[in-house]
Design a protein around this ligand. Structure first.
Ligand code: ADP
Length: 577
């Protein structure tokens, strides 16, 4: 039965019983009141009249006042006839009294009247007894009925008192405890309410919910575990070292390759602070130190490679640090939760690069001697010792000379580059005069400038301080700027050279009026082998890269400003000596 119905039924019956009890009690009280009132009204008054008539009768010979009192009481008795036989007796008293009045000395009449009055008293006293008995009966049955209804009320109230709080309170307490258990992730919690009432339905709904939560929890957990294992296996099987750090730089995971190159046992690596590990391990320190450097670098900066000695050989790695951020459920802002350090093994590329550099160095070095001997032979041919040359032969010779010059330039650049790549730049840094560098460079490009009828405008400030520079290499850079400017300038145009003092030293600037450089390529032209698409293919794309290496190796800076169609300005700055 539903709790609602139970409550309605219990309280309803209790209400009805209380109502019945009240009605019964009120009914009996009313009946008793009626009975008492009747006794008083009907019989007590008659007895009183009789007594007054007795007294008046005794005094009837003493004066008319006693007769009047008798009559008065008789009159009142006449209007208070209530019992059977009372009317006849009253009439008899009236008849006898009339006879007495006619003959006051009749001795018979007072006797008769006394008998009548006695009769009247007897009738009323009997009536009083009968009514009293009836009232007692009423009281008796009132007691029985009230006691019966009261007991039923008491029993119902007691049942409700004993059962109701428990019936409602216990399931609510159990439900509260179970909800608390579910909140604590104890999804095996169940409610065991039997019956088909509201609590039974509640229990079945609750159990269904707990079952689903348990299923969801179990399935999710196992799924997550499988996924975790899969990802761990993937990371472990990667051939590149991977290290995962949390937001406090604690090592979360490290795959086998990472363990191999760091040389630290997995147990000593996982869960440890990378900062503490860095104190003992050079590689970890390099990872952390370089990382800061990396973040500071611009996007275009070359990623420095790490040289690591592991597995009895030298390996080269390129490091990439990926910051991991998530947006937590229900939140909007991204939260930093850690980093993944990826090391890309570039050893095979490095080995190929070394091989290439060595090859280029060897070839260009080997080529230098035959080219020099070609040049020498050309000079001999030119010097008429070997006989006169006709015009055609002279032309052929000058083109051979041009080609051998270019060949010499290219082999020189390649040799320089291989020196740069192997880190073998030999700098002879000393205090050098900027004017001397300028003169050296201008002299070297005299011929091509003249050929193109270009006007060279030199603006060099007076009394420039000497700079810390390798005279030859710096002049080489300036020559490279000037040859480029000549190459990309129209005939009869101007090339400006400016030497200006700066805070640190001296700035050398070469400005042409050529086609300029597209902003897309401005940062790339200093890369090795890079040539702006569509530009003259005669070069190697190495000139500016070597210039950058030379200037930076001397502690200077290099750059370009250019607008398409407005010419270009290449500059470098060297510190004063
Ligand atoms: P290259 O040997 O090809 O000249 P560089 O490294 O000296 O190699 O130059 C790289 C590229 O930069 C060139 O291919 C050219 O497109 C561009 N460049 C260099 N100097 C100038 C300039 N003064 N005006 C326009 N473009 C230039």
């Amino acid at each position: 039965m539903k709790i609602k119905t139970k409550l309605r039924l219990g309280l309803g019956v209790l209400f009805l019983m209380i109502l019945a009890l009240s009605v019964i009690a009120a009914g009996y009280i009313y009946t008793l009141k009626e009975d008492t009132e009747n006794i008083l009204q009907d019989n007590y008054k008659t007895l009183d009249y009789s007594r007054s008539m007795f007294l008046a009768l005794d005094q009837i010979h003493q004066g008319p006042e006693a007769g009047a009192r008798f009559e008065q009481n008789l009159k009142e008795q006449r209007s208070n006839v209530t019992e059977r036989g009372e009317g006849e007796v009253t009439n008899k008293i009236a008849g006898h009294y009339d006879s007495l009045k006619k003959d006051l000395n009749n001795p018979q009449m007072p006797v008769l009247i006394r008998n009548d009055l006695a009769e009247l008293t007897r009738i009323n006293m009997e009536a009083i007894r009968a009514k009293s008995d009836k009232a007692l009966d009423t009281v008796h049955s009132a007691f029985i009925w009230i006691a019966l209804t009261g007991t039923v009320c008491f029993l119902i109230a007691l049942t409700l008192l004993v059962n109701l709080p428990g019936n409602v309170g216990n399931p609510i307490r159990e439900l509260t405890e179970s909800i608390r258990a579910i909140a604590e992730k104890n999804y095996a919690e169940r409610l065991h309410f039997s019956g088909k009432d509201e609590f039974g339905e509640l229990a079945s709904s609750f159990n269904t919910m707990a079952e689903k939560l348990e299923e969801y929890d179990n399935s999710n957990l196992s799924q997550i575990l499988v996924e975790k294992k899969r990802i761990e296996a993937l990371i472990n099987n990667m051939h590149e070292p991977v290290i995962g750090l949390d937001e406090n730089k604690k090592v979360l995971f490290a795959n086998e390759e990472a363990v191999k190159i760091t040389g630290i046992a997995v147990s000593d690596l996982l869960g440890k602070s990378a900062i503490e590990l860095a104190e003992q391990n050079d590689l970890i320190r390099a990872l952390i130190e370089e990382k800061e450097g990396l973040h500071a670098n611009s996007a275009n900066a070359a990623v420095p490679s790490l040289k690591i000695y592991a597995d009895n050989k030298e390996s080269y790695f390129e490091k990439e640090i990926v910051d991991i951020t998530i947006v937590p459920t229900g939140e909007r802002l991204k939260k930093f939760i850690g980093q993944v350090i990826l090391l890309k093994n570039i050893t095979p590329f490095k080995e190929l690069d070394f091989a290439k550099t060595n090859f280029i160095a060897t070839v260009s070095h080997e080529l230098k001697t035959p080219i020099a001997s070609i040049k020498m032979s050309l000079q001999l041919l030119e010097s008429q010792h070997t006989g006169d040359l006709n015009e055609e032969q002279k032309q052929l010779m000058s083109s051979i000379k041009e080609d051998s010059d270019r060949l010499l330039k290219i082999t020189g650049e390649l040799l320089n580059m291989s020196q740069v790549e192997t880190g073998n730049i030999q700098l002879n840094i000393q205090s050098s005069s900027p004017y001397a560098i300028l003169k050296y460079a201008v002299d070297a490009v005299k011929t091509p400038i003249e050929q193109k009828r270009i006007e060279l405008v030199v603006q060099a400030e007076n009394q420039l301080a000497d700079v810390k520079a390798d005279m030859e290499k710096t002049a080489w850079v300036l020559i490279n700027f000037l040859t480029n400017a000549v190459r990309y300038s129209q005939e009869d145009s101007k090339i400006h050279i400016q030497l200006t003092p700066t805070q640190q030293g001296v700035k050398f600037l070469v400005r042409d009026e050529g086609k300029g450089i597209d902003s897309r390529y401005r940062t790339k032209i200093f890369d090795r082998y890079f040539q702006v698409p569509g530009s003259s293919k005669t070069g190697t794309g190495l000139g500016l890269a070597i210039s950058k290496e030379f200037i930076e190796a001397q502690g200077g800076s290099i750059g370009v400003t250019s607008e398409i169609g407005m010419g270009s300005s290449f500059y470098f700055e060297l510190a004063s000596a």
